[in-house]
Design a protein around this ligand. Structure first.
Ligand code: NAD
Length: 376
């Protein structure tokens, strides 16, 4: 961790596929805003995922974990690819990611779903439903049914039976609820907690504890919704939401639904934080083996992940605003990678898209705009 409040240690984990293309581009943007906003970044780089398996035999080598523990923030590209898909589950690239999340105790996953005006046409929903959309899904990341015990598949008298356990204790619920109330307080003051309290006892406890924590946040309005209704409401009227908080599995599903409202996977950043605000920042998309190595990948999700890093782990909100405004300006100029290309716009690759973001960072900073504007 940094002792000097203006100097931060960043661990870069490009990973596999397009991860090695988008992370260096995002670093160019990160370095530029650091210089403009007067803070210093020190970088380490390490292996995770498939490339780590090839080099060391394991998806999360101890040296990588050690560097991650010492960092203020981690920027990860993506892991995985067809060449590692036949490995046993415990040795797959994704285990590297899960290992980082659990070892760093990254219990709060933040996934904004924000529609840039220039991209509202790319959504699968009608323009009026998504234009101006700006919601934040907060998913509990280290508990719930993905980690609960007992788990497994057993065979008795020739009949196989599979078991997973949906487990939360009140401490786990309380700390994610606090993150969610804090975020809602900084946004529009509305939190919706999603559960299945009519069927699952564990989520009745979830609801009870969220209501208890609400007593500390009387300025935030709290509502509750069953997960099936939440899925429906997200596609019926997504703008009714400000912040949604939910457990690991429901959050996994709802955040992907919300992702599609915004148009493209290549645009979506995410952050995973622990109790010290140390965070791992990564695009939501995977390693995209179908386009890897061709300079076609959209770097904006990773660049927007750097903006989240500046806001949540480095506490440099001005740098975060600068990046987000520069991305918006780039889209407004009509530049599009192939994943967000529409008739009449200008098709560019990974490098040109980043060059334009960098140019806009300099221009916006030169114009003295450091004030947060709502990018939607
Ligand atoms: P994917 O996100 O890699 O790709 C889905 C589709 O979206 C592909 O057509 C791809 O070309 C496109 N796409 C994704 N990101 C893009 C970008 N930045 N710019 C332009 N187009 C983009 O998902 P997948 O194909 O299901 O998975 C591929 C590999 O990635 C698998 O090995 C999977 O396990 C892994 N994966 C990793 C992560 C992660 O590291 N967090 C997440 C999801 C999938």
């Amino acid at each position: 961790m940094n002792s000097n409040s203006n100097e931060y240690n960043i661990l870069l984990l490009p990973g596999d596929g397009i991860g090695v293309e988008v992370v260096p581009e995002a670093v160019r943007v990160m370095q530029s805003v650091a210089e403009l906003c007067n803070f210093t970044l020190k970088y380490d780089e390490a292996l995770v995922g498939g490339c780590a398996i090839d080099a060391t035999g394991e998806p999360l080598p101890p040296e990588t974990l050690e560097l991650a523990r010492k960092s203020d923030a981690v920027l990860l590209g993506a892991v995985g690819g067809p060449q590692w898909e036949s490995l046993p589950m415990a040795q797959r690239p994704e285990k590297g990611l899960l290992g980082l999340r659990s070892e760093l105790k990254l219990f709060a996953n933040l996934r904004p779903a924000l529609t840039f005006p220039a991209l509202a046409q790319s959504s699968s929903l009608k323009l009026e439903l998504v234009s101006g959309l700006d919601l934040l899904i907060i998913r509990e990341l280290t508990g719930g049914i993905y980690f609960g015990e007992p788990r497994g598949v057993e065979e008795n008298n020739g009949i196989r039976r599979g078991v997973n356990s949906y487990v939360y204790n009140e401490h786990e619920i309380r700390r994610i609820a606090r993150v969610a109330f804090d975020m809602a307080r900084k946004r529009n003051g509305r939190l919706c907690s999603v559960d299945k309290a009519n069927v699952l006892e564990v989520t009745q406890l979830w609801r009870d504890v969220v209501i208890e924590v609400h007593a500390e946040y009387s300025d935030v309005s709290l509502s509750h919704m069953y997960v099936d209704n939440a899925g429906m409401q997200l596609v019926r009227e997504p703008k009714q939401f400000d912040v949604i908080v939910t457990g690991n599995m429901f959050g996994d599903i709802l955040s992907d639904v919300a992702a599609m409202l915004t148009g493209s996977l290549g645009m979506l950043p995410s952050a995973s934080l622990n109790e010290n605000n140390q965070g791992m920042y990564e695009p939501v998309h995977g390693s995209a083996p179908d386009i890897a190595g061709q300079g076609l990948a959209n770097p904006l999700a990773t660049i927007l992940s750097v903006a989240m890093m500046c806001r949540y782990s480095l506490e440099q909100p001005q740098a975060a605003d600068l990046i987000e405004q520069a991305v918006q300006a780039t889209l407004d100029e009509g530049l599009r990678t192939s994943d967000i290309f529409t008739e009449g716009s200008i098709q560019v690759g990974t490098r040109d898209m980043t060059d334009s973001v960098l140019k806009n960072v300099l221009e916006i900073h030169g114009n003295g705009s450091g004030v947060r504007t709502n990018v939607s």
